[in-house]
Design a protein around this ligand. Structure first.
Ligand code: NAD
Length: 294
């Protein structure tokens, strides 16, 4: 049995498959989520402990991985006066924030944790549920050299393309920018396919041309046929989370006072779609939304 004890907080679409890889590598995992049903579905292996609270999960764990929706949830888990884990952390412990959090807020979390001797690494991921299941995620890492070296073997259990980009917050910065690029490509693709259809063209044929031409992108290659034209709209990444990521990128750009006209327009489209689609809609339903508003 791998002696490493890992707390894992946030057992949603991504967290659950990631925990399964840690369990398969014989790590001892104490898991917690606000949803007890999600904790239950992981119970069974003797190296998984179902925890009653985030504090319970973090107690005695050398690493504490957070796979939460956003920085609000991260700060709640860390600093909440009534149950936040930071109060009980000791200098031998490391927090790894693997969700797509706000880079400036992550820097502040890193500083506050450092003040009590606790280490922090941001290690957000890209690749979606499919690559979480395959353990082939791309992982963008921020943190100091020594700490990153220490946690690297654990991250390798969940991902295949690991890049250490800089100090705390660097991983979250690149993740937000990556998702802005991905989100704008998705909107452009859906707008193009909607116009093509209105012109009487077959969207599938058009997308195939994109895929052998310069319009090719992650949406045309991975999402159009499988999740959009099929009508499935079930990639496992919610539209609300994508809207959050574009907002994080726009805030980041505005904070740095670099050009962001396109990012602002992109956020508007995602916010409109979130308003216009049912709560919890998948991000690929942007296609459905734009077709309806045609
Ligand atoms: P999800 O909504 O499926 O899971 C998040 C989980 O966090 C939920 O189960 C929720 O109950 C839990 N949670 C929220 N607040 C909590 C708290 N205070 N204490 C304990 N648990 C809490 O989301 P997801 O799709 O797994 O995404 C997680 C993170 O990864 C997000 O930041 C997202 O942007 C990012 N991400 C998602 C994907 C994807 O394809 N789904 C891909 C890359 C990155």
């Amino acid at each position: 049995m791998n002696p490493m004890r890992i707390a894992f907080i946030g057992l949603g679409q991504m967290g659950t498959p990631m925990v399964r890889h840690l369990l398969a590598a014989d790590c001892q995992v104490s898991g917690f989520d606000l949803s007890s049903a999600l904790i239950e579905q992981l119970t069974g292996p003797s190296n998984f402990k179902a925890s009653k609270s985030a504090r319970d999960a973090a107690s005695g764990a050398s690493l504490c991985i957070l796979m939460l929706p956003n920085s609000d949830a991260v700060e709640n888990v860390l600093w909440d006066a009534d149950g936040g884990i930071a109060a009980g952390l000791t200098p031998d412990q490391t927090i790894i924030d693997m969700g797509s959090s706000d880079p400036f807020r992550s820097q502040s979390n890193a500083q506050r944790l450092a003040a009590q001797g606790v280490k922090f690494v941001d290690a957000p991921v890209s690749g979606g549920v499919k690559r979480a299941l395959d353990a082939t995620l791309s992982i963008m890492i921020g943190g100091n050299e020594d700490t990153v070296r220490q946690v690297f073997p654990v991250l390798e259990l969940m991902g295949k393309y690991l890049t250490h980009l800089g100090g705390p917050g660097a991983g979250h910065a690149v993740k937000a920018l990556n998702n802005y690029v991905s989100a704008s490509g998705l909107v452009a693709t859906c707008e193009a396919l909607t116009a093509a259809k209105a012109f009487g063209l077959d969207p599938q044929a058009v997308n195939q041309v994109f895929n052998t031409s310069s319009g090719k992108n992650n949406t045309t290659e991975v999402k159009v046929e499988k999740f959009m034209l099929s009508g499935a709209y079930d990639s496992g990444f919610s539209l609300g989370l994508m809207r959050k990521d574009v907002k994080t990128a726009l805030d980041f750009i505005q904070n740095l006072q670099t050009p962001g006209v396109m990012a602002a327009a992109c956020l508007e489209v995602w916010a409109d779609a979130e308003q216009g689609l049912p709560k919890g809609a998948d991000h690929t339903a942007m296609h459905q939304f734009l077709q309806k508003s045609e």
